[in-house]
Design a protein around this ligand. Structure first.
Ligand code: NBP
Length: 477
């Protein structure tokens, strides 16, 4: 029997759809799943009549493959990946390739790459974005590992990826964990985008009193302009769904946001590397505070906020919200790209940030028109340290800032939480401030902990005995 081009383990939504996508591009695939009944179900249902071979043991799977064997793992991240690697190893030979296409933590990918390199087995950790529809129709694919390993599968991944203007949204990102790192940042940026859109909705609904129909129409209109993106498009769709109760379905959805951890990982990486990614982290915390629904409901009964209503012009505020959304989004992307730049330094990856923005133009959740602008920015200046310094983004944000500030002021005065808009504005203001009050922080650290400080007028490390000996006593009554 002719051997298959590829193997895939993990027949949940992502794995099944990826197999169907690969097979549609005329590659034969052998499949396996921990619960083996799923293999037979798949063969009799979605995979019926297709060039897909079901296998019931790891040995059978490996045996069904052309050498060097190329096996995709599309299983739950964490221990299942390590378990399958260990189960595969006894059957693999030097030069065979394992590709982890799940949402693995990049440091696990670095560890696994080293482990498998000792055994001469090639390893790729790849981010696959676009959810189940992307997996089936064409995802965005971020591959990390040995360049030689990438070359073995490059034609397959380029074909099954989303295509934008004839260019595949698939690329070699860098060695070991680079692909999974970039996927993690994609997800962090996705958290930021989703949070900012939800804040725009909150202001439009709670301050401007807009109903679902008007909201849907507004997001659909915004999707025709600079904000054009998958997330704005699906937001417009969401407002058109009416529930059996007669209410817009979105209003019947419980306001507790869940998370699977990639936004948290991106924020943790920002903290580890000392890169300010406050809007991304704020988006994670916003989900955390949404999740304590019971406490919030209790607090809402006892803690009072402002009662005023918005007195200004509706169209003006709506335009301001649109501008604020675009400016805050730019700041959130600026944070994500700065994080990738620093990670490249820390982990010795050569990340082509312009190319990364291009593979996010199709297939993935953050696909958007404006990603093209990010690529242009890195073409203009490959060593750009922050997107806000690019002439295009600088001008857009400078022009939007008055309206953006107005949105934050209105929200603050009316007691409407807008953590994403606010943190992005604070990031913008901090980034463009030459002298921050960190001098006082340093003085305090030196006062209580002798942590020393540097001066603005001369080189060196200084320590001062700051304590005032004859400080007047202050009565606390
Ligand atoms: P899941 O993340 O739910 O994983 C399901 C697969 O993992 C099944 O094959 C299951 O086998 C296997 N598995 C589990 Br669960 N525990 C296992 C264990 N202890 N040992 C061995 N196998 C185990 O499926 P998914 O949503 O299709 O996602 C697959 C990967 O793709 C994940 O890493 C996910 O984070 C990533 N991803 C998902 C999306 C998405 O939109 N869903 C998007 C992008 C990336 P079983 O059938 O025997 O239970």
């Amino acid at each position: 029997m002719r051997k298959c081009d590829l193997g895939l383990i993990g027949l949940a939504v992502m794995g099944k759809n990826l197999v169907l996508n690969i097979e549609r591009h005329r590659y034969s695939v052998a499949v396996f799943n921990r619960t083996v009944e799923r293999v037979d179900e798949f063969l009799t249902e979605e995979a019926r009549g297709k060039n897909i071979v079901g296998t019931h043991t790891i040995e059978e799977l490996v045996d069904a493959l052309e050498t060097p064997r190329k096996i995709i793992l599309m299983v739950k991240a964490g221990k299942p990946v390590d378990d399958f690697i260990d189960k595969l190893l006894p059957y693999l030979k030097g030069g065979d390739l394992i590709i982890d296409a799940g949402n693995s933590f990049f440091k696990d990918t670095i560890r696994r790459s080293r482990y498998l390199a000792e055994k001469s087995v090639l390893y790729i950790g790849t981010g696959v974005s676009g959810g189940e529809e992307g997996a089936l129709k064409g995802p965005s694919i971020m591959l990390g590992g040995q360049l030689g390993a990438y070359k073995l599968v490059e034609p397959i991944f380029s074909r099954i990826a989303a295509q934008v203007d004839g260019v595949p949204c698939s690329a070699y990102i860098g060695s070991d964990g680079a692909g999974h790192y970039v996927k993690m940042i994609h997800n962090g940026i996705e958290y930021g985008d989703i949070q900012l859109i939800s804040e725009a909705y909150s202001l439009m609904r709670n301050v401007l009193g807009m109903g679902a129909k008007e909201l849907g129409g507004t997001f659909a209109r915004w999707n025709q302009g600079k904000l054009n993106s998958y997330l704005i498009e699906i937001t417009a769709d969401i407002f058109t769904k009416i529930d059996a109760t007669g209410n817009p379905l979105v209003e019947m959805v419980l306001d507790e946001a869940a998370q699977k951890g990639t936004g948290k990982w991106a924020s943790q990486s920002a903290l580890d590397l000392g890169v300010p990614a406050s809007t991304i982290a704020e988006a994670v915390f916003a989900r955390c505070i949404s999740a304590i629904k019971g406490e919030r409901v209790g607090a809402a009964k006892v803690i009072k906020g402002p009662h005023e209503k918005y007195q200004g012009n509706k169209e003006d505020l709506l335009e301001a919200i649109k501008q604020a959304l675009y400016a805050a989004k730019i700041c959130s992307y600026a944070q994500g790209f700065s994080l990738m730049r620093e990670a490249a330094r820390e982990y010795s990856w050569h990340l082509d940030l312009g190319r990364i923005s291009m593979i996010w133009r199709g297939g993935c959740i953050i696909r958007a028109k404006f990603l093209h602008k990010i690529n242009e920015a890195f073409q203009r200046e490959p060593n750009l340290s922050n997107l806000l310094l690019d002439p295009y983004f600088k001008e857009v944000v400078e022009k939007a800032q008055d309206k953006w500030r107005k949105v934050v002021i209105v929200a603050t005065e009316l007691g409407i939480p807008v953590p994403g808009f606010t943190s992005a504005l604070t990031y913008f203001d901090s980034y463009r401030t030459a002298r921050l009050p960190a001098n006082l922080i340093q003085a305090q650290r030196d006062y209580f902990g002798a942590h020393t400080y540097r001066r603005i007028d001369k080189e060196g490390i200084f320590h001062t005995e700051w304590m005032v000996k004859d400080r007047p006593e202050i009565r606390m009554d």
